[in-house]
Write a protein that binds this ligand. Sequence first.
Ligand code: URA
Length: 436
Amino acid sequence: MRAVDIIMKKRDGGELSREELAFIVDGYVSGEVPEYQVSSWLMAVFFRGMSFRETADLTDLMLRSGASMDLSGIAGPFVDKHSTGGVGDKVSLVLAPVVAACGVKVPMMSGRALGHTGGTLDKLESIPGYTTRLDEKRFREYIKRDGFAMTGQTDAIVPADKKLYSLRDVTATVESVPLITASILSKKVAEGAEALVFDVKSGPGAFMKTVPDAERLALSLVNTGKAMGKRIVGVITDMTEPLGKMVGNFFEVEESIDCLKGKGPADLMEVTYRLSAWMLVAAGLAVDVDSATRLCEEAVASGRAWDLFVRNVKTQGGDSDRMMSLYGNYRSAHVRALRAPTAGFIQSVDAFKIGLAGVYLGVGRNRTSDPVAPDVGFIFEKKKGSRVEAGDTVAMVYGKDAGSLDAAWDLVSGALSIGPARPASAPLIIKEISAL
Ligand code: URA
């Protein structure tokens, strides 16, 4: 077999056999197939797509490139949630303790900020002392004891994705439904969950900019996951505006604390409860999403979810007292107000521009090795639909230094649009696809 023939077949719209896909994936991991040929193959896949069978084979081959978590010996049910990436999306920090408080075990393996989207690991690591580098033994132990644990992807899990994702990132081949499906699902299947709930974001702040594209990705994740023996739900949610009022690493920890204390913003709570509820249904702990939502609300109202969150912070090395003393105070000295240029109603706050501006401010990163800052980002006082007068503060914007605020400012001010009439409200939960 030769890589060039496989590239040519895909370039001309052919369907690759499992053996041909293995030749590329295994060959890339072992170093036998060079990066320039894998890059060409990725671009051919980007333009020609993959059949359902090819996507399932690619996912399985990537999964088999490394180890899987062994959760045997721990009582389930094991369910995880994965978001395709957004801005202000701190749902995982709230959902994991809520769902664990209801009896689900959550083996959560998350990622870092990349491009305009935020990363759960960076948010958690802004809590002084908190570590997301857990070995398998500790990951297992914490899930067993606390009901959930939060870790990063280890080198042993899906090494093929580590290499392929980095290559996609620099070859403009990220936004491909089969490649995203195989990348996400291989990692999620490796972490050992029996059922998965996917939050497929749709809108300017998401990888999938339109609802039909998000639907294609959701269907691909659901169908491929089902073929791999998992119970799957795909929920398409809106990512036109940042979720909640805060964007930034510790800022989002603060907002998660508010949520767990019953004071979270309505949009963030709506998405969090919906995804949490599906996890309970997927776990078999509730018969439908409405009754499951009530169980999740009760986990917050009773304080059980908050207690579990604090317990997890301590378990993973975090200083919960220091976290609470930083609450409301952990703010960079470099701050500027985003003010309404005219009177009217806020039509939108563009999540993509806010996310990109966040990279300049120090919230996110361009490369996985770049550092991020804990005390920078956005605190919104007003969002879509708010009435403003000229000069009103819409958000306080914090940067790592004065230069970062200057560099971000065109994006920040360009994110805000104001018009004469109150905009129509759009649903946050756009569509749900269940294969339970
Ligand atoms: N997140 C992933 O883990 N992989 C992708 O391909 C896209 C988003």
